[in-house]
Design a protein around this ligand. Sequence first.
Ligand SMILES: *Cc1c(COP(=O)(O)O)cnc(C)c1O
Length: 495
Amino acid sequence: MKAAAANLRLPAVHALLDDPACAPLLAQYGREQTVDALRALLNDVRARLLAAAGPAVDAAADAVADAAPPDTTAAGLLALLGERLRAANVSRLRPVYNLTGTVLHTNLGRALLPDEAVNAVVEALRWPMNLEWDIETGTRGDRDNLVEQQLRELTGAEAVTIVNNNAAAVLLMLNALASGGEVIVSRGELVEIGGAFRIPDIMARAGATLREVGTTNRTHFKDYAEAAGEKTALMMKVHTSNYAITGFTKEVTTAELAPLGRERGIPVAVDLGSGTLVDLERWGLPHETTVRETIAAGADLVTFSGDKLLGGPQCGIIAGRADLIAKIKKNPLKRALRVSKLTLAALEPVLNLYRAPDLLAERLTTLRLLTRPAASMQALADSLAEPLQAALGASYAVTVAPMLSQIGSGALPVASLPSFGLAIRAAGAKASGNKGSNPLGALERRLRALPCPVIGRIADDTLWLDLRCLEQDRRDEFAAQLAQLAPQLQERPAA
Ligand SMILES: *Cc1c(COP(=O)(O)O)cnc(C)c1O
């Protein structure tokens, strides 16, 4: 436990900064950052040397002292400094492989955008844009106008406005139209969306009073009719995005509710959540109510997300009656919740793809992934099973297996799509009876530790890698990094 006192004499900060090996670090990271990191490094090294030299005071110090002694030469210290600076400057937001089987995965950023949108965003980042400036008249414009015509055609709505996300759309709509008044909602539709979006809470924040009607499983027309009165500012339907009420149920449809709204002069709003712009049945997917159908059924306003089934950037769209949209746009919250030029740059080319519906399943990434033929995923799985098995070695068994994907983000919560992928099980896990070890958990961590982390799903003693979202053009990249699994996978003895 004794270290020579000389070890504590480290090179001086100025000497290290003047060392030629430090020049590239200074050039890349700047003087202040480099000096701060160097001071912190020298403090840490000094603490380690002291701990190694002095009597062990506690277990933590012991552990530090047991580690290999740091290289205290100038070259060694500058190498450590370079590592620290690189690590500190790595982006925390990183690409991953989404092999969870959930196509619109909220935690992994939902819709992936087509190249047309990507290129438009890059241009918008580099150039001034006519975001709120009318090129024809040379006067101030309105950013919503850039996509309004397109959205009107796609939805049949008279007018639209765009905000940061659908939660913002609902908040803004409620505040603009129902602050100080009552909003009638069925008890079967008091939704909580992940990440603390709850209809009763949003209602309170918007300054509106929730008037619940009906029961969890059954709400009738007369429930709405009896509740609608002087104080009613809005009647609202909410898509039950992440659950299904089945069995003895009754729901009042938008088409049934709309005449009541017109008769009493109360707007009817529908929060569609995912809100697809096209009939998914065309591609053999289950039907999800479209925005156009909802407007045609008589909804005065519809709110929906840009990054769910629409396949665009994160945003919230409010579409509907021109007089109501005008009122919403005058609300000060609209200014607080508005979208950036990046969002609009990405949204417009995505909406343009809808002009060619026959080519949409090829061009719109989300739809391409959702409609991917099982044979293509099976062929991909076949080509990857062997390299993966080779990388994992005999402790795991890899098989090509059918599995079920989900759309995700609240679209069609009970529908699943037949898919193909790789199923990994621990070889002989049962036979060995090794209680303490968790080979699947260890494998899941190793996959996450890859340069481009691979995210799968564990269920039924199996790690499932659903290949729906691994497109053919990324196959080789994916296969190439599998080799890096091999040396790291040496299993530690069970604790
Ligand atoms: C997803 C969803 C929301 C929230 O939309 P974000 O775009 O995530 O803010 C609100 N309402 C419903 C019904 C939804 O499905």
